[in-house]
Design a protein around this ligand. Sequence first.
Ligand code: FMN
Length: 315
Amino acid sequence: MKTKLTELLDITYPIIQAPMFLVSNTAMVIEAMKGGIAGCIPALNYRTLDDLRASIQELKATKVNGGSFGYNLIVNKSNIKYKEQLRVLCEEGCDFIITSLGSPEETINQAHAVGIKVFCDVTDLKFAQKVEGLGADAAIAVNNQAGGHRGNMNPEELIKHLTDNISIPVISAGGVGCKADIDKMLSYGAAGVSVGSPFIASVEAGVTEEYKQACVDYGAEDIVMTERISGTPCTVINTPYVQKIGTKQTWLESVLNKNKKLKKWVKMIRFTIGMNAATKAATKVTYKTVWVAGPSIEYTKSILPTRDIIKKLTQ
Ligand SMILES: Cc1cc2nc3c(=O)[nH]c(=O)nc-3n(C[C@H](O)[C@H](O)[C@H](O)COP(=O)(O)O)c2cc1C
């Protein structure tokens, strides 16, 4: 399975275990590296910069041949820790950074100065061309099957549209749960895939057994988009609690959102409330079951060690 992604990261298989807020941790990434793929953790999963630094040091110490590790940075204003996180990543070093939400210019410049590769989340050609112009090493094409903040185009359409028009490698994110899916994405022209949801129900994931079991019990048709987590539509499992609270912004929010001056504050409040709810649901037993996941949980039939999930993707 040699592709531009395996060359870029010096990995055995063209797969990145995608960064997932609250879910990804060093235990998963260590297993990912042992399995010959790359693993990535959102920097925001660490409450303090010392915790982030300790995580990088742990991964540097356990890195094995055939695997590689990176961190995800939210590069827009919603992440008030962004500049400090970037500094710590550049001081400590890692193989790659995945940027999401916002311009990756500063990250690319600083990371490249210390030899870290930068891959940027994109959902359309315009942004893909922008990141290529800024020097990104690859574009992560987030399609309409992805978990989290998904894109609008289907995988085939998006991969072909991008590979026809940009020359950096395109890594497909969304909807992959088995080797046949990966072969399909590569046949459309992708250099590799970034896989998130199928790893939620891994033994190593840092979330409750209830969340993992929900990924087993629910399937693709149970995924809905909600505006009630970050303000930006996000995929969640349609649990009875999600059905009860609804997936649209409240009447008050929609009225306040029409006011230009108030809009920013409404978004910030929604972001804080929504993130707290998602954090509680992922880490504590609660009836408020707001569980982020994408349709590829369809492939999740039991809670498995990360290494077995990698086997399903590679064999
Ligand atoms: C639970 C969950 C949390 C996520 N958190 C993040 C995140 O913090 N940063 C990010 O860039 N992408 C995040 N994503 C998106 C993933 O990195 C990746 O693009 C997506 O999972 C790919 O689609 P898949 O779930 O079908 O594999 C998240 C996805 C899920 C399912």
